[in-house]
Design a binder for this molecule. Structure first.
Ligand code: UDP
Length: 240
């Protein structure tokens, strides 16, 4: 397959919930395999891919806080959840012969590499898919913010948000039949209209660093590669 890439180095943000598939909790390995196939297709076209995976399928800090835990401790549990997901993804990538490295923002040297920016760039240049785990390493942040941060640090051409639907809608398309899909939006539109794309700090970071955000569906086979080629269905969020 020959396809020219509009975006060469990209970061894909995938929520923890995306790994649950049809199950109510945790990791559905069939779903992880499907996402892996999407990544492999891009990797085979020569795209440099790095990933940030959420942890919401296992634990969210706010959930712990509502049970009386200190928010910071609960957030550490959430960050550890993202490491569990990262290892599942690494396993799936390896079983598809895609070389990968997990780099954690919280050191756990017997499990994976610590995050070192220059080293991460080197891995990508060598054709390895880098999975950034443990978010930013700080409580009170989200993996959306980690995704925008790492995309800026890696000098990514785009930040991709893989979701359940093919872009950003004016309302939830699964609940509201009149919902319309946006082809393009500005960072300011998203912030001012409080559109549920990524949290505000992630949008601001992407805006400051002029990294386009592409929101697309993880459910269309070959969709990730098409979006990177500039021919896929997605909402593009860019500067004004
Ligand atoms: N988290 C954190 N700092 C970070 C990233 C994540 O404390 O930089 C914690 C936070 O508790 C969050 C949990 O990890 O609830 C899981 O991440 P997130 O909710 O972003 O996952 P997603 O919604 O994408 O599955």
């Amino acid at each position: 397959m020959s396809m020219t890439m509009k975006y060469r180095r990209v970061l894909l943000k995938c929520s923890g919930e995306a790994l649950m598939g049809p199950t109510p909790y945790g990791i559905d390995f069939e779903t992880v395999d499907r996402i892996t196939a999407e990544i492999k297709a891009v990797h085979q076209l020569g795209g440099e891919v790095c990933l940030v995976i959420g942890g919401g399928n296992i634990f969210r800090g706010v959930a712990g806080a509502t049970q009386g835990m200190q928010r910071a401790s609960a957030d550490y549990m959430g960050m550890l959840a993202t490491v569990i997901n990262a290892l599942a993804l690494q396993h799936a990538l390896e079983s598809h012969d895609v070389p990968s490295r997990v780099m954690s923002a919280i050191r756990m040297d017997t499990v994976c590499e610590p995050y070192i920016r220059r080293r991460a760039i080197r891995h990508m240049e060598k054709g390895r898919v880098v999975i950034f785990a443990a978010g930013t390493g700080n409580p009170f942040f989200t993996t959306d913010t980690a995704a925008a941060l790492r995309a800026a640090e890696m000098g990514c051409d785009a930040l991709l948000k893989g979701t359940q639907v093919d872009g950003v809608y004016s309302a939830d398309p699964k609940k509201d039949k009149t919902a319309t899909r946006y082809e393009t939006l500005t960072y300011l539109d998203v912030l001012q209209q409080d559109l549920k794309v990524m949290d505000a700090s992630a949008i601001s970071l992407a805006r400051e660093n002029r990294i386009p955000i592409l929101v697309f569906s993880l459910h269309e086979a070959g969709g990730f590669a098409k979006v990177l080629a500039g021919t896929g269905r997605c909402t593009t969020i860019i500067g004004e």
